[in-house]
Design a protein around this ligand. Structure first.
Ligand code: ASP
Length: 301
């Protein structure tokens, strides 16, 4: 069986700034895809591949996650992340964590080492310490923002800046996995948690249907439990990636005038991406083929 992999670097609005950063964004996404390909080609699991890709995206200040995270209203960096294994519906997530270099690594540890799915607040920080997770100063994140601004890939509209990173994969054994990580929205209230760490809202994977990673106004994805909506439609109606993506993006738009997009791989390794926004930074390798990166999804409404 051949593998498939998709990644995203967030939905958003088009602007001169993003256009200027387009080449760099696509280069970066292509590099991440090739790294993910190495994992999957050598028989690595979908879970390993999505974690690896999201770690790389978190370390790249061009994207709103990890090092490039956007601050909240008080200037602090509160990060959300989730990872899910579609084979056994195992999952781990963290919400509003601070100073964690790679929140997705912490989410994976929640999945592997605790009986829980979602950790937040002091407990998440203590758990990270216990497992010697890499911690960074606030300055590391502030510096990441400066690099993003210099590259031009920054707040096209400061008041509305957002973004997220994510990956979904289908491995040679037919297993699906999803991972998502974000800094959320600029000037979000302290303590605000978005859709990213909420399974069935911003992140979901089930071998019986599909794997999704979403980006956009998290509240819209939570109110529509968008990822679960797509997965249920794929499973119960037997939809392929393209049809499930179309159905879900129309639901998001029609039901709450939702803003955002997602990447999706179905149980046969077919890839689809959809958006209601002007941009959807994403890339894909379908059935082991060439890597593609694009700022617009094929399904755009
Ligand atoms: N979905 C993220 C959140 O609401 C932000 C984004 O993807 O733009 O936290």
């Amino acid at each position: 069986m051949s593998f498939s992999l998709m990644i995203h670097g967030g939905a958003g609005s088009a602007s001169g700034k993003v256009e200027r950063a387009a080449a760099r964004l696509k280069d970066s996404m292509t590099r991440v895809l090739e790294e993910g390909r190495r994992v999957l080609e050598h028989g690595g699991s979908a879970l390993e591949a999505v974690q690896r890709c999201v770690v790389l995206l978190e370390d790249d200040p061009l994207f709103n996650a990890g090092r490039g995270a956007i601050p909240n209203r008080d200037g602090n960096f509160e990060l959300d992340a989730a990872i899910m294994d579609g084979a056994e519906l195992k999952a781990g997530a963290v919400a509003a964590v601070r100073n964690i270099r790679n929140p997705i690594t912490l989410a994976r540890l929640v999945m592997e080492k605790t009986p829980h799915v979602l950790l937040a607040a002091e407990g998440a920080a203590a758990f990270a310490k216990e497992h010697h997770i890499a911690i960074e100063s606030d300055e590391y994140f502030r510096e990441g923002r400066r690099v993003a601004e210099d590259a031009g890939e920054d707040d096209y509209d400061r008041a509305k800046a957002h973004g997220t990173v994510g990956a979904v994969a289908f491995d040679k054994n037919g297993n699906l996995a999803a991972a998502t990580s974000t800094g959320g929205w600029t000037a979000k209230m302290p303590g605000r948690i978005g859709d990213t760490p909420i399974l069935g809202a911003g992140t979901y994977a089930d071998n019986r249907s599909c794997a999704l990673s979403c980006t956009g106004r998290g509240e819209d994805f939570m109110r529509t439990r968008l990822a679960a909506h797509a997965a249920s439609a794929a499973e119960l109606l037997g939809l392929n990636a393209n049809d499930a993506a179309k159905r879900a993006i129309h639901y998001l738009k029609g039901r709450v005038n939702g803003s955002g997009g997602f990447i999706l791989i179905d149980r046969e390794g077919n890839c689809a991406a959809a958006q209601t926004t002007e941009l959807m930074r994403h890339g894909w390798i379908q059935h082991g083929g060439p890597a593609h990166a694009s700022l617009e999804a094929a399904i755009k409404i």
